[in-house]
Design a protein around this ligand. Structure first.
Ligand code: SF4
Length: 279
């Protein structure tokens, strides 16, 4: 993964967190409370790494067997670098680790039913883009893959390790890829021809053709969210929002809706967040 500039900037995932629960956003982005390790998160990281590495191989070697081998290689390296991770994720239970690795294999097997990677020649993988938009907001994000056709048409591809949502819940996913289209457009000067999400769990592909109107609408949407974020940062009041996602929240131990006393908000974190908008 390319090294990123970590000064304050908005990303699709930060905006998604704020929309889900402003207090969770505060804990994560401003207070930087540690997040728990989880097999789901690790699975996403591992599968993305395998798909990134796959394209280092010559085209004819981009087979499931190679990806399968990569899962184990990358996982062994991960555990070697961070030996506590094994205990933290699986409590020392080898069968849980096996189940975890098997779930990664299934996702990658699905990938090979969705695309022929031997026919692809990605221009970029894990492409980090950072830009300041017309509203002086710093934006950034990692794009999983960018394909550029011989005629110069750009396709932005994002892998999802979960299932595709029902159509009425596609909004946040569509926003994420429109955000990528925007930062590509602002940094590279051309509008991607196609945006694509690959949902590996159920082998669904979601495709979107962006327009210049989408670029303007996405800028406006980002500004509207920023106005809420910055106003809450100035008041220090980030309200909790209960939802089914609370069950997976990393910050349950700090949440007032669950009877906890939240820590004092970090003033330094607030100031850093407010620097997202450049004067
Ligand atoms: S438990 Fe729910 S309400 Fe509380 S911070 Fe987490 S997501 Fe927000």
């Amino acid at each position: 993964m390319t090294s990123a500039d970590h000064s304050a900037a908005l990303s699709p995932s930060r905006i998604g967190t704020f929309r889900n629960c402003p207090l969770q956003f505060r804990f994560q982005v401003i207070d930087k409370l540690p997040a728990k390790e989880s097999p789901v998160r690790r699975r996403g990281t591992l599968v993305h790494s395998v798909l990134e590495n796959l394209f280092d191989l010559p085209a004819k070697e981009r087979r499931f067997e190679s990806a399968d081998q990569k899962i184990y290689e990358i996982w062994e390296d991960t555990i070697d670098e961070n030996p506590e991770l094994y205990a933290e994720l699986f409590k020392g239970d080898k069968s849980e680790e096996n189940q975890f690795l098997e779930s990664c294999r299934e996702l990658l097997a699905n990938y090979f039913l969705m695309e022929n990677p031997d026919r692809l020649n990605p221009a970029h993988r894990e492409k980090y883009l950072r830009v300041t938009n017309k509203d002086h907001l710093r934006l950034h994000g990692y794009i999983d893959r960018v394909d550029i056709s011989p005629t110069g048409l750009v396709r932005i591809v994002d892998y999802k390790t979960g299932k595709a949502p029902a159509e009425r819940y596609i909004g946040p996913y569509q926003f994420q890829i429109r955000f990528y289209a925007l930062i590509w457009y602002l940094t590279q000067g051309d509008l991607p021809a196609r945006l694509q999400l690959l949902f590996l769990k159920d082998r669904q592909v979601y495709t979107y053709t962006p327009t210049i109107a989408d670029i303007d609408a996405t800028n406006a949407e980002i500004l509207a969210v920023w106005e809420q974020i910055s106003s809450q940062a100035r008041s220090g009041d980030f309200p909790p929002r209960r939802s089914p996602l609370c069950n997976w929240c990393d910050y349950r131990a700090h949440c007032p809706l669950l009877g906890a006393n939240p820590p004092e908000i970090s003033e330094e974190g607030v100031q850093k967040l407010l620097s997202t908008q450049v004067n």
